[in-house]
Each structure stands twice: as C-alpha cells, then as structure tokens.
Write a protein that binds this ligand. Structure first.
Ligand code: NOJ
Ligand code: CA
Length: 713
C-alpha cells in the first residue's frame, strides 16, 4: 500500500511551524542545509508540483541567500534531498544565488502521440508542469527560469534563459546542478568519459564509484576521464528497493552532462563536457534552454524500462513524411573485418568490400527475409585510418575502391528486394565529413539509398575537442538535419548519447554509444561478460535504441580468433532481437555460420517494429524478460536473457490476445548449455499457446530464451 502524499494543508502547516527556524540566520550554513534537507522543513517560499497520480512531488524553493534548490519525494518519502542549481560564466558573475521568485505558472498535458517506428506505436504523454521565474535581486537583475515536468514515472527539469536586456549571450564555464541522494545506493555506472561510452558497467555502492580507475583502457581509440564522474543514464537501487535512473533529454546545442561524484555528501553534480580548444563548456545566445535533467523513478526495475519519459520530454517530430525508411534486419560486410578474415582497406590484399562479396551477402539476405546489407570498407581512405594523426581530408565518401562497383551492387540489391546501407567512417574528422555531407548524401539520394551508418573512431580533429562536447553535439545534429533533407536515416557509431531526439528527428534511427558485440571479437579484457547486457538493458537502453549487432552463432570464433569468444549461449543471441530495441537489427555473423542452423529460423521470423512492448520481469544486472507485439501482424516475440547465473523464469502469457491461439516456436538453452562450456546447446520446441498459459523455463548460465508466437488464424 502506498502512503498518501501529504496534502497542501499539511504542507502549509509544516511550513508555518518551521518558519521561525528558517529565519534564524545564526544557524551555521551546514546545519541549515541539513535541516532544510528534509521535506518537512522546507522554506516558506516553497512551490510544489505533483505527478498526475500524486506519487511523485517536486518541491522548488530558494535557500537563504536566494539560492535555487529542489527536492523530490516519491510516495511521501524524500528521494532527492536538497539540491541546488546554478551557473558559472566567463566574464560575468555567477548565477548561483541572490535570486528572488517573480512568478510561477502551472500547466500540464495528457495526450497520446504515435511513433513512426518504436518499442510501441502509441505513447502517452501525461505530466504536470511548473514554471518558476526567478530574478536577480540586485542589478543587473538577470532572469533565470526553472521548468519542472512531473510524470508518474519520474520528472524532468531544465533551466531556461529568457530574452533579457542584461544578457545577450552566455559563455558557461560550469553548470552546477546537484542531485543529492538519500543513501549510499547500489549504482550501475560507466565513467564520465568525454570521448566514449564504450565501457563495461560497474556495480558498486555510490561511495565506491571510482571512474579514475577506468582510465587507459587499452582497447579504446579515444578516452578522456578527467574526474571521478559517471555518465548517464546511471541507474541506482535504494536500500528500500526503489529504482532511480538519472539522464538527460533533448541534448541540443549544449554539452553532454556527466555527473561528478561527491562521496562524502552522497551528491552528484553536473560536470559538462568541455573543450580544451575553446576553453569553455557551452556558448549560447539568449533565449535558450538547457537539456532536461531527468530522474526516472520506479518501484521495480521493469518500470524503468517501460518508461517513455525521455522521449516525452523531446519536441514532436519535425519530419512530416518518413515513409521512405522502413525498419529492417540487416547483414553485412562487417564481422569479417572484426574477425580479421578480411580488411576494410584494399592494400592488405584481403579486401572485404568487393562487388562479388557484397552480392553474396545480398543473396543471403534475400533468401532469409532480411532487407538490408551494410558494406563497410567500400570507399577510399582506409589505408590511413587508425593510428594516423593527420586524418583530415583522408576519407572520401563518394569514391569506391576499384574492386567495388557501387552502382552495380545497388542495382543487384534492388532486383532482389534488398536495400544497401551506406557506410561513412569519418575517423573523427568531422570537418572533412561536413565538407562532403551534401555531395555524399546527394550520391545516396541519386542511388536511392536511405540509410547510413556513420563512425567517429579516434580522437577528434581539431585537437582539444571531445566527442561529447557542445561542438560535436552540434556536428551530430547538423548531420541528422542534413540527412533528413536527403531522406536519409542515420545510425551513428561513437555517437553522442541518445537523449530521445528520435522523437523530433525520427531519422536518427539508432546508434552505438555502448560497448557492442565488436568487443567480443578483439577486446583484450575477455570481451563483454554475461552480465553486460542485463545491465545495459536498464542503463544505456533507457536512452533509446542501440545497434548492438547480435546474432553471432559461431560463438567460439575459431579459427579467426583464438583468444576471443562471445560470452553468451546461442539462445541468448536470439533473445537479444527482442530484448534490445532498435529499428535496425543486424544478423551479424558470417552467412556461412548460419547455414543449416535450425535456430536461424528465429532471426528470419522476428519482428523489428512493434505495436506494443510488455516488460515482463527483470532485475538490473541479473536478467530481463520482454515481450513485443509486431506491428501489422499481431504476432508476439518474447526474449529473456540472464547473467552468469542460471535461473528459472515463469512467463504468464496473459499479454496475448483473447480468443487467439498462437503457434509458438520456443528456442531455449539445452540441458547442458553454458556460456563458456557449451554455448551452442539449444533446444527448439513447438507448442500451441494461449493467454491462459503460464510456463516455466530454465535459463542456463549466460543463457537466454526466445519465443515466436504466430497467430493461428
Ligand atoms: C567502429 C564501429 O563501432 C564499428 O562497427 C565499425 O566497424 C568500425 N568503427 C569501422 O568504422
Ligand atoms: Ca564502436
């Protein structure tokens, strides 16, 4: 049973009772902070906004000295304690205090909108809003607004710089947004790296977070971890079992927010990614708003996964017609390079991207209900890629290698109903890419190619910029907007993190931004451990779709790689097509390893675009079970994955349609399956299932379960 949220009368009563205390300026500041840290003793200038279901409340107030602050409660209990907000600028006094409340405005919305493709077709956007207008007490009387939106599954708030005489432009040196925790929570975190998100997740108490220890990973082509900070989404579980996840929404023309860890005060504070070249964090002309700072709150882990808060905090779509892109499964000339069977460059004599090889993949796709083929290494420049400092002007996005006939490959694909996915590796030289954007996209448009995978391997040129700084955020945005003009969808690798912009720009279909399958082919640390994806599902995936590239059947990688392997069972590789959401899902293995494999039928059958998603069960870092209904067919697919521990799961099929029978194909770990000892032991069974069925399944260590449920008409 939930406690009732305190009613306004009680709040007023509490505030009145405490008023004298608040006025005693002789109380030392630290003690004062401790007192106001509790919701029952908020200052009398407190304003409050509740979620539509009244479970979550945000309290916003000014501390002594006019310092803006907020707390958050869930079910009557404080979950974010007194946390202050403020900015430091270049050549201008900070805006961290000396503010007064001018006015407030309340609002809200309860609407349903549709995604062109997604985890579900319809999304409910239901929130209460509070706008708080603040003004500096003394000249130059600068203005700063705070906008809070509170949902049933969390909240977002942002700082808004309205048009005003005293400020036309700001150069932000620091944004000081605090998140004061109420305990030493269990955290799932990656370091606040300014250059890459491809780290393994760590599970520690908040007070044990040590991002500095994650410096100098030998497998990262770029990495910069200046402080003990984490990147977002960072997910936590409190001692009471409440789940929290911190992230941001609508990151546009601003720097990525990492969160600096203050162990002593159990506090996180925003640390924006900077630029050594420019010497500041963010430069903006007024008016502008910061991205939304978000806190998702759920009683259980699965509730985090069902939340669409990040998407809802983004603007509606700016693209009227996106029918030119269709969600798809794809294969490609890709894994063979990561296995070092072939190479991207031509000079090695083992070039992967030949016309003949591309046609082989097209034939394979066409025969197996797969509608996309990615070809990497098709264009000139790869001889001068990793390890070279001078990468400006090297890659050419219109000139194929002589053994690759681009037009012919496109023509052949079209004949077979298979679309080519273009590849642009920028080698982290964004200026070179920007110079060629129009010509490169015009070529794609001429050839009728509607999607591109981009890449940004290496340290950014110009020196002093980082992948996640404002300058690069603007680059990624320019790419998306330019691509949209040419009806091109983008899947970015080494991207800026996903903050839900796909709502506004649906052509930002997917991205990397986590440690993908490729690490299993070459990482020096043994690859992704079995717990990797059961953590990623509750962290990175809260941001949005990702291009993990599942479906490796030849798990031990011999003879190509003697020291590397995939650390899951085969059944888990299948389950990932359901567990991981992306409107493009790769069948990443070499076609020859799919031959005569009955389990491949699941990849042929599985959907990529969903009418509905039901998160059935899960615990962060342990396991997750998701069911998704395919758009258009009404068929359902279930995926479940576990960490290194074997476990029994019970699936209640009551999500299925009433009165319908489903022909089920069940792909489960065989009796001896084990991610390391026996990864390919799989058993495939058929059954008829209806919504009254409840079935128990055993997942092997590092194992999984995949079920297709086709309607029997
Ligand atoms: C890194 C990407 O993550 C990978 O998928 C791609 O194959 C290489 N860059 C080459 O662009
Ligand atoms: Ca990568």
């Amino acid at each position: 049973m939930k406690n009732k949220p305190p009613d306004d009368a009680r709040i007023r009563h509490i505030l009145d009772a405490k008023k004298p205390t608040m006025n005693k300026t002789i109380i030392p500041t630290i003690l004062l902070l401790a007192i106001v840290g509790c919701k029952d003793t908020l200052p009398d200038n407190t304003v409050r906004v509740d979620s539509p279901d009244k479970n979550i409340s945000a309290y916003i107030f000014l501390l002594n000295g006019g310092i803006p602050a907020y707390t958050v409660s869930y079910d009557g209990k404080t979950v974010i304690d007194t946390s202050t907000l403020g900015f430091e600028f270049k050549d201008m006094p900070p805006l961290t205090g000396n503010l007064e409340l001018v006015a407030t405005e309340t609002g809200g919305e309860n609407v349903t909108w549709e995604m062109p493709w997604g985890e579900q077709r319809k999304v409910v956007n239901n929130y209460s809003e509070l706008l708080i207008q603040l003004k500096e007490v003394t000249a130059p009387n600068r203005l700063l607004n705070l906008r809070f939106r509170v949902y049933d599954d969390g909240l977002g708030f942002r700082m808004e710089f309205p048009e005003q005489p005293a400020m036309q432009e700001v150069v932000i040196m620091d944004e000081n947004t605090q998140f004061k925790l109420t305990g030493d929570h269990t955290c799932w975190w990656i370091p606040g790296d300014w250059d890459i998100y491809e780290h393994l997740y760590n599970t520690t108490k908040f007070s044990d977070i040590d991002a500095i220890a994650k410096r100098n990973h030998p497998d990262l082509a770029q990495s910069y971890i200046p402080e003990n900070a984490v990147n977002t989404p960072v997910t936590m579980r409190t001692a009471d079992g409440l789940h929290l996840s911190f992230h941001e929404a609508a990151l546009v023309d601003y720097a990525d927010m990492t969160l600096k860890v203050d162990k002593e005060h159990l506090m996180m504070q925003s640390e924006l990614v900077g630029s050594d070249r420019l010497g500041y964090k963010v430069k903006r002309s007024l008016p502008f708003t910061t991205p939304w700072r978000t806190i998702q709150i759920s009683e259980d882990a699965k509730g985090l996964l069902a939340s669409r808060l990040i998407l809802n905090l983004n603007e509606p779509s700016k693209l009227d017609d996106v029918s030119w892109f269709k969600p798809k499964k794809y294969v490609g000339i890709w894994w063979e390079m990561h296995l070092n069977k072939s190479t991207w460059d031509m000079a090695s004599g083992r070039h992967g991207a030949t016309t003949e090889n591309a046609k082989r993949y097209i034939d394979f796709a066409a025969a197996n209900n797969i509608t996309g083929v990615l070809v990497e290494g098709w264009n000139t420049g790869w001889e001068h890629w990793i390890g070279f400092e001078d990468r400006e002007g090297v890659f050419d996005f219109v000139t194929p290698y002589p053994d690759y006939n681009l037009e012919e490959v496109v023509r052949y694909g079209r004949e077979k109903g298979v679309d080519l996915i273009m590849h642009h590796e920028t080698s982290a030289a964004p200026r070179t890419y920007e110079q060629q954007l129009d010509t490169a996209y015009a070529l794609m448009q001429k050839l009728g190619i509607h999607s591109v995978k981009t890449g940004y391997v290496g340290k950014i040129i110009p020196k002093g910029e980082y992948h996640h700084g404002q300058w690069m955020v603007n680059h990624y945005q320019k790419v998306i907007e330019t691509a949209a003009k040419y009806q091109i969808a983008v899947n970015a690798h080494e991207p800026i993190k996903d903050t839900g912009l796909r709502r506004t720009w649906p052509n930002f279909i997917s991205r990397e931004g986590m440690r993908g399958q490729e690490f299993n082919a070459w990482a020096s640390d043994g690859g992704n451990p079995p717990e990797h994806l059961p953590i990623v599902a509750f962290t990175r995936m809260l941001g949005g779709p990702f291009d993990f590239t599942p479906g490796i059947f030849h798990i031990k990688l011999k003879p190509y790689k003697e020291k590397n392997q995939i650390n899951t069972t085969l059944a888990q590789q299948l389950a990932l097509y359901v567990v991981i959401y992306s409107p493009i899902e790769m069948a990443a293995d070499l076609p020859e390893f799919y031959e005569n494999q009955p389990a491949f039928q699941f990849i042929r059958d599985v959907g990529v675009d969903w009418e509905k998603t039901e998160v059935l069960d899960g615990e962060v870092g342990d396991f997750v079970t998701i069911a998704r209904q395919e758009k258009g067919t009404g068929n359902w697919f279930v995926g479940s994955i576990t960490d290194e521990n074997s476990r029994n799961i019970t699936i209640n099929f009551d999500f299925l349609e009433k009165g319908v029978q489903y022909k089920a194909a069940i792909y489960k770990d065989g009796p001896n399956a084990h991610w390391n000892d026996n990864p390919t032991d799989i058993s495939i069974e058929e059954a008829t299932i209806t919504r009254s069925d409840e079935l128990e399944f055993r997942l092997a260590p590092g194992g999984g379960l995949a079920i297709s449920l086709m309607k029997i008409e």
